[in-house]
Design a protein around this ligand. Structure first.
Ligand SMILES: N[C@@H](CCC(=O)N[C@@H](CS)C(=O)NCC(=O)O)C(=O)O
Length: 225
């Protein structure tokens, strides 16, 4: 039996949820509490016990304990290969891992300066001004990433030869960019078409709907552009 410790607004845990659902693997989900003022504190005791980093996602599978979304999705693909999420050839697999890393590390870096928008504003005016300035720079960087990703797609259906972990990670990064009031990727036809196609898949649609529902419940509303 697979158990996943997830968070309502955890980009990384939602990555794993999409992976599990695309692979048609049943799982039990434990949603850890999250608030815009205290984050994940106090930590869920089982997450603290199972993950030395104290973060979600954590997944257990018949006694095996794993953390880190990339490690988890790779494990799922090896343990349950019927519906693969990584391509076959070494070059394609490496490219897929790089795209996943790009989403999780590089795209995320541009999302961080937008994250204050969903929480209560800082009381200090100087701090608020600095946050706004950093967010503007990050939006430029995000727009550049949109252009680069659009070029990479160049008419293709997915980033790799089939739906893969790369698409899942990039989808979550772009979804978070939108919910944080980042630049629209609508002008980029290949990228917006790819995003819309993924949204038609039940696993992706559910993640997006649950993130939107969690935002309505937990977050300060963000102006959309
Ligand atoms: N590299 C990790 C990152 C996990 C992560 O940053 N989790 C966030 C929620 S999305 C968390 O638990 N943050 C609390 C903390 O870092 O203390 C992964 O891919 O799973």
């Amino acid at each position: 039996m697979i158990t996943l410790y997830s968070g309502p607004l955890s980009l990384f845990a939602r990555k794993v949820e999409i992976g599990l659902r695309e692979k048609a693997l049943p799982f039990e989900r434990v949603m850890v509490p999250f608030s815009q003022t205290t984050g994940y504190d106090p930590r869920h005791p089982e997450v603290l016990a199972l993950n030395p980093k104290g973060q979600v996602p954590v997944m257990t599978d018949d006694g095996l304990v794993l953390y880190d979304s990339t490690v988890i999705v790779e494990y799922l693909d090896e343990a349950y290969p019927r519906i693969p999420l990584y391509p076959v050839t070494p070059a394609e697999r490496a490219r897929c891992r790089l795209d996943e890393l790009f989403a999780d590390e590089i795209l995320l870096q541009a999302l961080r300066p937008l994250m204050h928008r969903t929480g209560p504003r800082a009381a200090d005016p100087a701090r608020r001004a600095a946050e706004d300035a950093d967010a503007l720079i990050a939006e430029e960087v995000l727009a550049g990433h949109h252009a680069g990703l659009d070029e990479r797609l160049a008419g293709r259906e997915f980033f790799g030869p089939m739906l893969s972990a790369a698409d899942i990670a990039l989808f979550m990064g772009l979804l978070f960019g939108r919910r944080l009031g980042g630049p629209s990727f609508q002008p980029y036809r290949d990228l917006s078409g790819w995003f819309a196609r993924l949204l038609e898949r039940p696993a992706f649609a559910l993640a997006a709907a649950e993130v939107a529902e969690a935002d309505r419940r937990l977050s300060v509303p963000v102006a959309m552009r």
